[in-house]
Design a protein around this ligand. Structure first.
Ligand code: FAD
Length: 267
C-alpha cells in the first residue's frame, strides 16, 4: 500500500524572539514585520519532521507548500535543506490581504494540483497569527478528515493511523483512515538539524512557484474580496507602570490604596 505522498504546509513568520520590536503603521494599522527577522513557523518544523520520519520509514515523497510573498522562498528552501523533496511557493498579488479562509482556499487549490496525497501536515498554530484555523479549513475544503493538537502519530502499513490528540485533562486516542490532515503540537518530536549534505543538495531539488494561473481557485474566494472577516481595529498594548509609595499608618495606607484602585475602576 505504501509509499506515502505527504504534503507539509509551512508558513514564514516573524521570529517570536523579536515580537517586542514589531510595530504598527500609525496610519494603516498594518503590522510592520519587515524590521524583524523571519523564520519557519516553529510548529511547522515539527510537522516537517513527522513527514520526513514517515517518508524515511515507508518511502515516498514530501512536498512543502507555502502561500506568501517572494521572500517566503527562504522557509521553503530551509525545508528542502532539512530533507523535503519538493517545494511549491504560491505567490501572486491576488493572494495578498486574505484572512484565514482565503489563505486556506489558495493552499487547498495548490494541494489539489498534487493530489492524491495521503497526509497533509500543518502546525497546530502559526506563531504570529495563531488562529489555528488554516489547517482545519484546508481539510474541509478538500473533504479530508482532520485532527488537531496531535502529539503522537503512528501510521500503519494498511494506511490507517493511530493519533494521540492532547485535550485539557489528558488525551484522545483516535484511529483514522488516510488521507487525513494532521495539525501537530511542539511535543510530537524533536526536529532534526540541517546537514552538510542537505545544504549541498539544495540546488538539485525541485522548486516550483505557482501564481493564480497555475491553480484552480475562484478569484472571488481569495485575497481581500474572498475574506469574510475584517480586522476592525488594531492597537498597541502599552504597559504604563506607575509606582507610588504610601506612607503613614497601615490602615490609612490600605484605605488610600483601595480608594485609588476604585478611582481607576480596578476593584
Ligand atoms: C480577520 C483577519 C484578517 C487578515 N488580514 C490580513 C491581511 O490583510 N494581510 C495579511 O497578510 N494577512 C492577513 N491576515 C493574516 C492571514 O490570514 C494569516 O497570516 C493566515 O491566514 C494564517 O493564519 P494564522 O497565522 O492564524 O495561521 P494558523 O491557522 O494558526 O496556522 C496553522 C498552520 O496552518 C499552516 N499555514 C498557515 N498559513 C500558511 C501559509 N500562508 N502558508 C502555508 N501554510 C500556512 C501552517 O502549517 C500553520 O502552522 C488576516 C487574518 C485575519 C484573522
Amino acid at each position: 500500500m505504501l509509499p506515502l505522498n505527504i504534503v507539509v504546509c509551512v508558513k514564514q513568520v516573524a521570529n517570536p524572539d523579536y515580537f517586542s520590536q514589531i510595530t504598527l503603521d500609525p496610519e494603516t494599522g498594518a503590522i510592520q514585520r519587515e524590521k524583524v527577522p523571519s523564520i519557519l513557523n516553529p510548529m511547522d518544523e515539527n510537522a516537517l519532521e513527522e513527514a520526513l520520519k514517515l517518508r524515511d520509514k515507508y518511502s515516498g515523497k514530501v512536498t512543502v507548500i507555502s502561500m506568501g510573498p517572494p521572500q517566503a522562498r527562504e522557509v521553503l528552501e530551509w525545508s528542502l535543506t532539512l530533507g523535503a523533496d519538493e517545494a511549491i511557493l504560491l505567490c501572486d498579488r491576488a493572494f495578498a490581504a486574505g484572512d484565514t479562509l482565503a489563505t486556506a482556499h489558495v493552499l487547498a487549490a495548490g494541494i489539489r494540483e498534487i493530489c492524491p496525497c495521503d497526509i497533509i501536515f500543518c502546525g497546530n498554530e502559526a506563531a504570529d497569527g495563531a488562529t489555528q484555523q488554516v489547517g482545519p479549513q484546508i481539510a474541509e475544503l478538500l473533504g479530508f478528515p482532520h485532527i488537531t493538537n496531535v502529539n503522537e502519530l503512528v501510521v500503519r502499513e494498511d494506511k490507517t493511523a493511530v493519533v494521540k490528540r492532547i485535550i485539557e485533562y489528558g488525551y484522545l486516542k483516535i484511529e483514522v483512515q488516510l488521507p487525513v490532515l494532521i495539525a501537530v503540537s511542539r511535543e510530537i518530536n524533536q526536529p532534526r538539524a540541517a546537514t552538510a549534505e542537505g545544504i549541498l543538495t539544495l540546488g538539485d531539488k525541485v522548486f516550483k512557484t505557482w501564481t493564480l494561473n497555475e491553480i484552480k481557485v475562484n478569484p472571488k474566494d481569495i485575497g481581500l474580496e474572498g475574506s469574510p472577516t475584517r480586522v476592525s481595529g488594531v492597537f498597541e498594548q502599552k504597559n504604563e507602570r506607575r509606582r507610588e509609595v504610601l506612607q503613614g499608618a497601615l490602615e490609612d495606607m490600605v484605605n488610600t490604596a483601595i480608594e485609588e484602585l476604585r478611582q481607576e475602576e480596578l476593584v
